[in-house]
Design a protein around this ligand. Structure first.
Ligand code: ATP
Ligand code: MG
Length: 588
């Protein structure tokens, strides 16, 4: 690791301020790192830690990551990157149920896709909390040995009743004064499978009258005969999350353990556990510290794994990467890009107070980065024919369209012009409304990148729908030729040659929920699902789009940003998803 001073970027927040102060004061200077997670003895045999700070992103592998997790990833991996540290990707898999390899894989993919890596020159920093089960068990025995934990035989019901309330102190369990030997024996029997699930619980012995309910002898181990995806059937007792998490942080020498606000009341227990285990010589000083920030709440989406699981399992959407879901896999398939998430997280900042962020802010960020990143193409989404009656039947002429108006270095591509073109249905109006500057029976427009044409009439079907528009072109007006603008027109329409066009499917996505706060006021959020969240249409694309590869992204002029679908798009037969519309509807 280089010893150079890392430049600190702008866009500071209260967590960055804490990190900067800690670095300035050398709070973590004495830390040792043995190259892998471990207890005090393990790290004492190591080296001074080359990482100035250690953070972690600790997802439970029980679902796909969503936009809220992206905020946490940018925060944790971003701190490590900016302050000469390392961020661990830790799978918090201490809960035997609901966890699987599929989720581990998708979470790892997502972290990489967002631009981060747990692999550094010093090795891999992907860890699994279940690898610490042996230590956690040892930590629990240590608590018992020092009189800080006891085995409770109360039923779950009795425990609930004796916990007290916000205004009322709890009552001590009748089993609270078991001797150390009795507790150790019972705990070992729990581990050995001698007791039924739920019949005994190991509890920390703190204070049943504490004003903080989380300190009223919280459970630390429970009996649960359950197969674990990593440890199989080795264990029939599992640690509680609030006991496991601080230990995971300490074994990994995390300096700044950043979590969401709902864990604020758990911080005293976090500190209590670590202090007891450090006193016993099991954990290395200085200990990790927990800091809380406000979780991301976004309008029009649900950022809760439980609800996302429900939407997927009950088939309200088509899988975890359905482009309407706020999963990273879904938004990626929708055409969102990592740079957009970065801009978004920078823009919304990190705060200590819960609030709602408007979904349009995320969309604006995506537009901004996609505007930069996307080449322009022409697509006619609602095609009708335009015939240039005075144009030769078999003639094809090259017109040149810039690939990116802001980046002339990306050059131009050829769009072939012929006698019969596809144009947008809305670009012709038989009886024009005021201020309509596109094609009208007497009007003139420019075919973008081509000629000025003058309308001569239209054909209609039995229902009176326009099927073909007729026009004549003005030969001296071709874009890019001298004198081409001698004829002034107010409108400019896009088109695709019928003979060259590529027919394709386009999926126009809208919000999955029709209200900003689905399920607000304890209503069923499923009632708020937007029944028209996707519309599938048949379109005509310019020929260069024929060979679009999955995940290729473009701006379709006037229509918005589109991405070739990662499952269903094939060379010669592309399928595009609309990522987001353009900021302003086409006004001319
Ligand atoms: P959910 O409530 O959706 O199930 P979770 O918190 O249970 O999410 P974890 O896998 O435990 O999911 O989350 C991993 C990390 O991501 C945690 O550190 C958590 O604080 C953070 N995180 C989860 N949701 C959000 C959010 N909406 N905003 C910011 N960070 C989040
Ligand atoms: Mg969680």
């Amino acid at each position: 690791m280089s010893a150079e001073k890392t430049p600190i970027p702008l866009g500071s927040n209260f967590i960055r301020a804490i990190v900067e102060k800690d670095l300035e004061q050398g709070v973590y200077k004495s830390r040792q790192w043995a190259g892998s997670p471990g207890d005090a003895a393990h790290h004492a045999a190591g080296q001074p830690d080359p990482a100035k700070i250690r953070t972690r992103f600790p997802p439970e592998p029980n679902g796909y990551l969503h936009i809220g997790h992206a905020k946490s990833i940018f925060l944790n991996f971003g701190l490590a990157r900016d302050y000469g540290g390392v961020c661990h990707l830790r799978f918090d898999d201490t809960n035997p149920e609901k966890e699987s390899q599929e989720y581990v894989d998708s979470i790892s993919d997502t972290v990489k896709w967002l631009g981060f890596d747990w692999q550094t020159p010093a090795g891999s920093h992907m860890f699994f909390a279940s690898d610490y089960f042996d230590f956690m068990y040892r930590a629990a025995e240590s608590l018992i040995e020092h009189g800080h934990a006891y085995v409770d035989s109360q039923t779950a019901e009795e425990m609930r009743a004796s916990r007290g309330t916000l205004t009322e102190a709890g009552k001590n369990s009748p089993w609270r004064d078991r001797t150390v030997t009795e507790n150790l024996n019972l705990f070992r029997e729990m581990r050995a499978g001698k007791h039924a699930d739920g019949s005994l619980v190991l509890r920390a012995k703190i204070d049943m009258t504490s004003a903080n309910i989380n300190l009223r002898d919280p459970a630390v181990y429970r009996i649960k005969r359950s197969h674990h995806h990593n440890t199989g059937d080795t264990w029939c007792i599992y640690p509680m999350y609030t006991f496991a998490h601080p230990i995971e942080d300490a074994l990994e020498q995390i300096t700044h353990s950043i979590c969401t606000l709902e864990f604020e009341d758990q911080r005293p227990f976090y500190d209590w556990i670590l202090a007891r285990l450090a006193e016993a010589g099991l954990l290395a000083d200085p200990l990790p510290k927990q800091y809380e920030f406000a979780r991301l709440n976004l309008t029009y989406v649900m950022l809760s794994k439980r609800k996302l699981i429900e939407l997927v399992e009950n088939k309200h959407v088509n899988g975890w990467d359905d482009p309407r879901l706020p999963t990273i896999a879904g938004t990626r398939r929708r055409g969102y890009i990592a740079e957009g998430f970065k801009l978004f997280t920078d823009r919304i900042g990190v705060s200590k107070a819960d609030s709602w962020i408007e979904y349009t802010i995320l969309e604006d960020c995506m537009r901004e980065v996609l505007n930069e990143a996307s080449e322009r193409r022409i697509a006619v989404l609602d095609p009708i024919k335009l015939v240039i009656d005075n144009y030769a039947e078999n003639q094809t002429e090259d017109c040149f369209a810039p690939n990116h108006p802001l980046k002339p270095e990306l050059g131009k591509r050829v769009v072939p012009l012929t006698k019969t073109l596809w144009i947008e249905r809305e670009d012709f109006m038989e009886v024009p409304s005021k201020g309509y500057f596109r094609l009208t029976p007497e009007g003139m427009v420019r075919l973008r990148y081509g000629y000025v044409v003058k309308c001569t009439g239209c054909e209609k079907d039995a229902e009176g729908n326009v099927t073909v528009v007729h026009c004549e072109y003005l030969p001296d007006t071709k874009s890019g030729t001298p004198g081409s603008d001698s004829v002034k027109v107010k409108g400019n329409i896009h088109w695709v040659s019928v003979a060259h066009a590529c027919a394709a499917e386009v999926r126009l996505y809208d919000r999955l929920f029709k209200v900003a706060h689905p399920g607000a006021g304890d209503t069923d959020y499923l009632n708020d699902i937007n029944p028209e969240s996707v519309k599938v249409i048949s379109v005509q694309l310019e020929p260069s789009l024929k060979d679009a590869k999955p995940e290729d992204k473009f701006q379709f002029e006037r229509h918005g940003y589109f991405v070739a679908d990662s499952h269903d798009s094939h060379s010669g037969r592309p399928v595009f998803n609309r990522t987001v519309t353009l900021r302003d509807a086409w006004q001319k």
